[in-house]
Ligand binder design. Structure first.
Ligand SMILES: [Fe+2]
Ligand SMILES: [Fe+2]
Length: 302
């Protein structure tokens, strides 16, 4: 692969800062996932949660202000007419690793390590091979940060639908005030541009690493629908964790099945980080075979 082919301008992109934001976002979701604040008993946990939230507050303010329908249409257009970069899955993993280049392995895992840990935890639990490969690739969409994104806010963070009212169960629901869609006569209504139970396939989710990777792999792999859902919805916490947006799910039971899959996936993403550091070179042959099984074309258009 020609060096620098993917990167428009790495110098203006701080991979470490993206990583730090992403880690803080995960920390918030980890604490939220482990604690029930509703009874008011767990005050220590609540403080930890508030501290973690403080670190991501400005990030979400920016994201919630800028993720509009107009921006989302633009991002999808940009994607559709991009000049695709050609890479195998493993090359993409290495690319992401180098670009983020975490020089302090004590405080944070490298991208490849996080991906391998998720996949390894699934493998240990006897999860199917398609799920292991999904664990292996689920964050490769972060490559978006290095070409085509406007900042961190359209790469990482929890996701939510645009084109209808922002639900109270989205993290920091008070930070949408400056988003013009929150005043729009159509977009600000509960259904917005959608019809009841139209199915999540027909709903536009805020643009980021999940949505981008979903678009990349849906036509370039033999992954089942559950795997594509795990990729597309893994940051859609208001839905898979908080139970919001059920009125947009289809009535045939497809989205319900996808929800179950995403819930099964989530702990491997959030809680595998404390596992031992995986030996990349030792694990590579096993995963290369797995990748070939689900990506028969081998080289993908990114
Ligand atoms: Fe992710
Ligand atoms: Fe992840």
């Amino acid at each position: 692969m020609a060096p620098g082919i993917l990167v428009d301008d790495t110098s203006s992109r701080d991979g470490l800062q993206l990583e730090e934001t992403s880690d803080n976002i995960d920390a918030v979701n980890v604490i939220k996932g482990k604690t029930n604040f509703a009874d008011g008993k767990d005050k220590t946990q609540f403080r930890q949660y508030e501290d973690a939230c403080d670190r991501v507050k400005n990030f979400y303010l920016e994201q919630h202000t800028k993720q509009t329908v107009a921006y989302n249409l633009k991002a999808r257009n940009h994607y559709k007419h991009r000049k695709p970069v050609e890479m195998t899955i493993w090359e993409a993993m290495e690319k992401l690793n180098t670009l983020i280049d975490d020089s302090d392995p004590d405080t944070s895992l490298s991208q490849i390590q996080h991906l391998l840990q998720s996949a390894e935890a699934m493998r240990r639990d006897g999860q199917p091979r398609w799920m292991q490969v999904t664990g292996l690739i689920h964050d490769l969409g972060k490559l978006l940060f290095f070409y085509g994104s406007e900042g961190q806010w359209d790469v990482v963070g929890d996701t939510f639908p645009v084109g209808c009212a922002f639900d109270e169960r989205i993290i920091y629901p008070g930070t949408f005030a400056a988003n013009p869609d929150s005043q729009d006569p159509i977009y600000a209504t509960e259904l917005g541009v959608y019809t009841p139970n139209c199915g999540l396939d027909n709903v536009m989710l805020s643009w980021g690493h999940d949505e981008y990777l979903y678009h990349v792999v849906k036509d370039q792999s033999t992954l089942p629908a559950e795997a594509l859902a795990m990729i597309r919805y893994h940051s859609f916490y208001p839905w898979h964790k908080e139970g919001a947006y059920r009125h947009l799910m289809d009535l045939e039971g497809h989205d319900e099945k996808m929800l179950a899959a995403v819930k099964e996936f989530n702990p491997y993403d959030l809680y595998s980080k404390s596992d031992g550091v995986p030996d990349v070179e030792k694990l590579k042959p096993y995963y290369m075979e797995l990748i070939d099984e689900f990506f028969p074309e081998r080289v993908l258009k990114w």
